[in-house]
Design a protein around this ligand. Sequence first.
Ligand code: COI
Length: 356
Amino acid sequence: MDIIINKCTPEQLKEKPKDMHHLPFGRFFTDHMFLMKYQDGEWGQPQIIPYQPFTLDPACAVFHYGQEIFEGMKAFYSQNGSINLFRPYENAKRFNRSAERMCMPTVDEELFVKAIKELIILDKEWVPKEKGTSLYIRPTMIATEPAIGLHSSAEFYFYIILSPVGPYFKAGFNPTKIYVASQHIRAAPGGTGEAKTGGNYAGTLSETEIAKKQGYSQVLWLDSIERKYVEEVGTNNIAFVVNEEILTPELDGTILHGITRKSVIQLAKDLGYKIKETKIELRKLLEQIENGECTEAFGMGTAASISPVGELFYKGKTYQINNFEIGKITQHLYDELIGIQTGEKPDKYGWIEKII
Ligand code: COI
């Protein structure tokens, strides 16, 4: 189905951020958004409209039972002037897997990608060109049926908004400090940990606030049964370099299937590194940090990209990794990934989808 485009009037156009070199994460939004509504068992007319607030009934299911899903993606301005998406069909597929888990209607993958492309073409002036910046894309689906009884909503909005962004962490591409959760868990087997749904994130906020007060920007979550194995950070997946081998927690149903994670696994193998998806026992890992066997740690996510980790904090004790410096493998993988995303390095994988 064709997407109807209803452009902003000149008065509706917004002022762009003045300092594109120091963009905050997710504070500015572009002129237009995509919107498609679901009612009576089918999706209605897809449309691009001026960016605007929704007027929603306070009884909508999303406000009460959190029936919602989202994706995180990025478009990059490349050296040759083109604008590229990174593996957008992977996001479309994951969005639909989340939809199925959360009892929501799926979206045609071609339309998902086409909507993003058309929206970006219209708002192309918002794609930042500065090093370390990108256009963050947030496809979202919310349950909009106004009914308070607990049941799956019969009405939904699927919408996409765009935000020019700088690095997710204030530190930029510099080591961050991570607080290992000691009170709460993020996800349990059979739960929704694998789905990209708001509740997974809301549940992490209280311990994250505790961590922040102690100077830690993120929380590393442990498994919910034994509180023994490392899972993920919530904003991103995690990897450790131990005895020259990259280890990342295996996907066991509670961890998000990160697209950056998947790409890093492929890149690492092709660059000649040993990489293993496995169970990582926290106690053993902390010993390996202390005795120098664990030499690097890094996060992997769309917003976070590849982000070096310089310190873990667990139950009152700090564990510094690689003297709080960026490790060689982390730097190598970052350069390769960013190189492909920004068109500075050849994309032998076909991961780049050129928009214009
Ligand atoms: C992303 O990396 O795109 C995410 O959705 C994580 C979010 C906490 C910013």
